[in-house]
Design a protein around this ligand. Structure first.
Ligand code: ADP
Length: 153
């Protein structure tokens, strides 16, 4: 059976930490679907369209990576797109506490859905979308944290 993983997140923005999880995940899965979760009630800092373009550009040469967006439960999105695994990154114990609960709920929702966790590469662990947004908001340079050029279209 083809191993397909959904890598879900807000990706607001998609960072080098996320890209690292995707690249390492490719050693485990035949296909990775990067799923940008959109919550109609929550306003994004970087638009969905722009982030989709940037992620597409980052992985343009890789036919094993797909990009989708969804406004649904992650487990439903996985089921709908034929993913039998969820891929998540773990940076610290805070991530673990949250992921521990959510992965069990997801498996309860869709019986066969297993979540696979990759521990963050140490040099990328301090990177978070929240920090990148904050830096960007006040005009600081964020290029070091992103796998694409933010200003270029
Ligand atoms: P969410 O809104 O679901 O928390 P994020 O976009 O913040 O989504 O993150 C998506 C996934 O990427 C999560 O599993 C998160 O733990 C992981 N992640 C976030 N930052 C990093 C990083 N620097 N290194 C590795 N994984 C990360």
């Amino acid at each position: 059976m083809k191993k397909v993983a959904l890598f879900p997140g807000s990706f607001d923005p998609f960072t080098k930490g996320h890209a690292d999880i995707v690249k390492r995940g490719l050693k485990l899965f035949d296909e990775i679907i990067i799923g940008i979760g959109t919550n109609s009630a929550k306003k994004r800092y970087f638009s969905l369209e722009m982030m989709t373009d940037k992620i597409r550009e980052t992985f343009k040469d890789n036919e094993h990576i797909k990009i989708i967006s969804y406004d649904d439960l992650t487990a439903n999105a996985a089921h709908q797109h034929g993913a039998n695994f969820l891929l998540r990154g773990l940076r610290n114990t805070t991530d673990f506490e949250y992921e521990n609960t959510i992965s069990q709920v997801n498996r309860h929702l869709v019986g066969e859905l297993e979540t696979v966790f990759l521990i963050t590469s140490p040099e990328l662990a301090p990177i978070s979308s929240t920090i990148v947004r904050e830096l960007h908001k006040y005009g600081a340079k964020v290029d070091d944290y992103l796998p694409y050029d933010l200003e270029e279209n």
